[in-house]
Design a protein around this ligand. Structure first.
Ligand code: DGL
Length: 292
């Protein structure tokens, strides 16, 4: 494979969620060309089996590979936690970066994870209660069931109280452009009702990043919220930089491929994509055939 630095970075998700990762990529690598594939024909990924996901994932990566993508970023936690080794085995020469929920960036040095409270019982005996910090991980149903999340949870279990909840309804609210609706905000409030005392919230789905403001309104400022796109973008940057593959394109492009694109959806894409210096030209396509 001939990897030219100006070859594009392939990015994909089931829909709009991966745009949150694309935004992180653009911020870190503003001179790159991007092809973003929204797999709206298979949307949603969130309740699909590992087998189905691997089949879909291999197909999309294959298309990127045939078009000489210099790297592929799976901007989807559900796909990344399905079976990354299977993707790497199928495409040994192509670098594939996954997007995974990870709580490590929230654990800043000096952070106190356990508080001890002293009380006295009726007989005046001292009682010490250990309160561990609480971490809530939200993701799609498939990610919640994945081996990856099982390992992550047991890891965190050693020093925090960990809760895992599927929240597929947020994915649908993003796709249907309903984040500002009364119905969605009410449902989100209801969802967090029993988690109002959490300390950390880990967003294990790229769609969820677009609902951060509403989550903050409900949970307040004291909760640390971590999404996964920035780590994937950093991994991608490190790889390209270490391999001298960073582009220096002065007129970079973003090609969006979405089988269900129409005027309304284009507006949503344009609202969600953040191009800090207006560097990129955005074009929309229904199929892969016409991308550059
Ligand atoms: N955005 C995807 C993720 O990060 C999946 C959403 C879906 O299709 O269910 O998991």
């Amino acid at each position: 494979m001939n990897y030219n630095t100006d070859n594009f970075i392939g990015v994909f998700d089931s829909g709009l969620g991966g745009i949150s990762v694309l935004n992180n990529l653009i911020k870190l690598m503003p001179y790159e060309n991007y092809v973003y594939y929204a797999d709206s024909n298979h949307f949603p990924y969130g309740k699909k089996s590992k087998k189905e996901l691997v089949k879909i994932g291999k197909n999309i990566i294959d298309r990127f590979n045939r078009r000489n993508a210099k790297i592929v970023v799976i901007a989807c936690n559900t796909m990344s936690t399905s079976d990354m080794p299977a993707f790497n085995k199928k495409f040994p020469k192509l670098k594939i970066i996954g997007t995974y929920p990870n709580f490590a960036p929230m654990l800043t040095p000096g952070l106190v994870l356990t508080n001890e409270t002293i009380t006295y019982d009726r007989d005046n005996r001292i009682k010490i209660t250990r309160n561990r910090k609480k971490l809530l991980i939200i993701a799609t149903t498939s990610t919640c069931k994945s081996e990856y999340l099982g390992d992550l949870t047991s890891n965190a279990d050693g020093f925090m109280s960990v809760y895992v909840e599927p929240a597929d309804f947020i994915v649908h609210a993003v796709e249907n452009d309903e984040l500002e609706s009364y119905e969605f905000k009410t449902r989100l409030k209801e969802f967090f009702k029993e988690y109002m005392d959490i300390d950390f919230l880990l967003l294990g789905c790229t769609h969820f990043s677009f609902a951060i403001n509403s989550m903050r309104e409900i949970l307040g400022d004291k909760v640390k919220i971590q999404s996964s796109g920035d780590i994937a973008a950093r991994d991608c940057h490190n790889y390209l930089s270490n391999n001298n593959l960073l582009a220096k394109s002065l007129s970079p492009y973003i090609d969006i491929v979405d089988a269900k694109i129409d005027e309304e959806k284009m507006k949503v894409y344009k609202r969600l994509i953040r191009i800090p210096n207006g560097t990129h030209e955005i074009s929309f396509f229904k199929t892969f055939k016409k991308v550059r």
